[in-house]
Design a protein around this ligand. Structure first.
Ligand code: SF4
Length: 286
């Protein structure tokens, strides 16, 4: 196996490994975050106050009925494994219930770790693609730095300025996406090459796109809320930051779509025929 292939396989494993393990988390998403009452969550919950459904063992007492009871947002949320890292690494397995003096700090660290894990997920995913060697080097450097941040103590995590990390990574992800999309566009039949591929930040809420071939499109930051994307071909499409709530991906081919998160997919609709990227799981509510 070549060194590049080894890097790709390792990156795939890192990306796949970013899964929430609620059994090793102190219910941080159910406690640390501010939640405003909406169609996704029936009550207001201030930051630092445990949800009324959180049990003493940090499990949810309505876990199997969340959607029926109006807590749809809880079935969408995904911390990418930040919760268990804050609980078990940053705070060494000491819970906010047993050590109330650490609670405030722990709740402040959680959203920071979430952001770091999100950046790690994007960097690792980009490294799993066939991209130019120079980009592999830059992304590997970023990934290593980000992984290092997860090991910092709470005080240092709270003093981090993540803006520069976000900016640098964002530039690299755009380059990776452009490289993959260009390769796909080059393979399309001539007639298909004349369409507009840059749909970044487009407002296509509720748009009827059923059956369209959208390969190679850039949907970065696009509004695709409730769009009808049934049976679309979405290979090599960049979805970073796109809002796909209630978009219907039934029968769609997302197998090589880029920078889709589990949260995005959880917020959308789909079915057994929807093909997903290697690192995403089919939502149980589909
Ligand atoms: S309803 Fe359950 S999953 Fe949702 S915040 Fe409350 S305890 Fe957590």
């Amino acid at each position: 196996m070549t060194a590049l292939k080894v890097k790709k396989v390792a990156a795939e494993q890192i990306r796949k490994g970013l899964q929430a393990d609620c059994t090793n988390c102190f219910g941080l998403c159910c406690t640390a975050l501010t939640i405003i009452a909406s169609s996704d969550f029936p009550i207001n919950k201030p930051a630092g106050k445990p949800c009324l459904n959180l049990q003493s063992d940090y499990s949810c007492q309505i876990h199997s009925q969340l959607r029926e009871k109006g807590y749809k947002g809880c079935t969408v949320f995904d911390c990418l494994g930040a919760g268990q890292v804050v609980s078990q690494v940053t705070f060494n397995g000491q819970s906010w219930r047993d050590h109330p003096n650490t609670a405030e700090k722990m709740f402040q660290v959680f959203p920071i770790m979430e952001q770091i894990h999100e950046m790690i997920a994007y960097a690792a995913e980009a490294l799993s693609y066939d991209i130019p060697d120079a980009l592999v080097d830059e992304l590997s450097k970023q990934l290593k730095e980000l992984q290092g941040l997860t090991k910092l103590d709470a005080v240092r995590l709270l003093s981090l300025d993540l803006v520069m990390h976000r900016f640098t990574l964002s530039e690299l992800l755009i380059q990776a996406s452009d490289s993959i999309r260009s390769s796909m566009i080059a393979q399309l039949p001539s007639a298909a090459k004349n369409q507009v591929f840059d749909r970044s930040r487009v407002n296509w809420m509720g748009k009827k796109l059923k059956g369209k071939d959208l390969r190679g499109t850039d949907f970065r930051g696009a509004y695709l809320i409730a769009a009808d994307m049934r049976n679309t071909d979405l290979r090599s499409v960049n979805f970073i930051g796109a809002d796909v709530r209630d978009a219907d991906f039934s029968g769609a081919n997302l197998s090589t779509s880029m920078f889709l998160t589990q949260m995005q997919i959880n917020s959308a609709m789909g079915n057994e025929e929807t093909r997903l990227p290697f690192y995403l799981e089919r939502p149980t509510h589909w």
